[in-house]
Design a binder for this molecule. Structure first.
Ligand SMILES: Cc1cc2nc3c(=O)[nH]c(=O)nc-3n(C[C@H](O)[C@H](O)[C@H](O)COP(=O)(O)OP(=O)(O)OC[C@H]3O[C@@H](n4cnc5c(N)ncnc54)[C@H](O)[C@@H]3O)c2cc1C
Ligand code: FES
Length: 287
């Protein structure tokens, strides 16, 4: 019997056959992003399904197609699952049109997830931009629910404008948690914004979290990632202490179609979570 989480929930006869899931709640995050809460129709699967923060699924709207999204909820809070969708094209528009009670397909969980065991006993620095907070919030809530295992937590999160900040309810909760150093920033504020302004890499440099006994986990738009790694290096983080989760266009999600390679790695099978040491050779051409 395999113990690999990514293999346990595959349909037996056809790995491309999705499980049927029902939308239970829809949250408007920003003008272009919604979070969908869902659960499986199959009761046994609903009870047994587990995953690791950073893993993803292939979600389908019947008659339209399939697309890749991380699971944005934490495995430590399993009465339902969540994913956040930015509207960019065919499938994401169709997902935005679903209502509470609509059915969709789900295959997964796929990918490696974050190496949570290796983070134990460390200071954790989370750096995210825009909807890039989605995979990190799964990890952050997992860490909060296991708080004794980890040391200091720093979170630097930014978006283009106040309206583009996702998961505002989480930002409030983390901001009110005295064990977390939370910094929220926007590129450009509006009349009502009293918080910090500035790009995420600059704000990270000002916050200057120590690299000692720390790991940094970064996710956001490619431009943010490209400018964040040099800042972390300046702060003393080694490539082995920095992690990110990559978004490469996918089809099968399980290492079969060859669609998602960067260098000799398949993002779906070997990632999507990588240390900077693993990807720094080709990140500048990809990002
Ligand atoms: C591991 C992983 C996790 C992801 N997690 C999330 C998530 O949590 N939330 C979220 O909103 N999105 C996420 N994405 C991106 C998401 O998969 C795409 O936005 C989605 O597939 C677009 O589908 P579509 O049919 O609406 O777009 P299409 O109609 O196929 O394309 C619309 C436009 O988007 C571009 N595009 C499509 N997919 C990608 C991609 N992967 N990278 C760059 N450009 C792309 C196309 O080139 C085109 O310009 C993730 C991607 C990966 C690989
Ligand atoms: S999506 Fe098919 S190999 Fe990665």
């Amino acid at each position: 019997m395999t113990t690999d989480v990514s293999q346990r929930f595959l349909a037996r006869d056809n790995v491309y056959l999705p499980h049927i899931a029902v939308i239970e709640k829809i949250i408007d995050e920003t003008p272009g992003v919604v979070t969908l809460h869902f659960n499986f129709k199959d009761e046994k699967l609903r009870e047994e399904f587990t995953f690791k923060p950073g893993q993803f699924g292939e979600y389908s709207v019947f008659g339209i197609g399939e697309a890749t999204f991380c699971i944005s909820s934490s495995p430590t809070r399993r009465d339902h699952l969540e994913f956040a969708v930015q509207r960019v094209g065919k499938v994401t528009n169709a997902l935005h049109r679903l209502d509470v009670g609509s059915e969709m397909g789900f295959r997964g969980p796929y990918g490696n997830g974050f190496p949570l065991d290796s983070f134990a006993g460390k200071n954790l620095v989370f750096v995210a931009g825009g909807i890039g907070l989605a995979p990190l919030r799964s990890l952050i809530w997992n860490v909060i629910d296991d708080r004794d295992k980890y040391e200091k937590i720093d979170i630097v999160y930014g978006a283009r404008s106040p309206a583009d900040l996702c998961f505002k309810y989480d930002l409030d909760a983390w901001g009110n948690d005295s064990s977390i150093n939370m910094v929220t920033t926007v590129d450009k504020g509006d009349a009502s914004w009293t918080g910090r302004e500035g790009f995420v890499p600059q704000v990270l440099e000002q916050a200057a979290p120590s690299a000692r006994n720390a790991v940094a986990i970064v996710c956001g738009p490619p431009i943010m990632i490209r400018f964040t790694f040099p800042v972390l290096e300046k702060l003393g983080f080694t490539p082995e202490q920095m992690f990110t989760t990559l978004e490469k266009r996918m089809k099968c999600g399980i290492g079969k179609c060859g669609r998602c390679n960067i260098g000799n790695l398949y993002v779906c099978r070997d990632g999507p979570v990588f240390s900077f040491a693993q990807i720094k050779g080709f990140i500048s051409s990809e990002y």
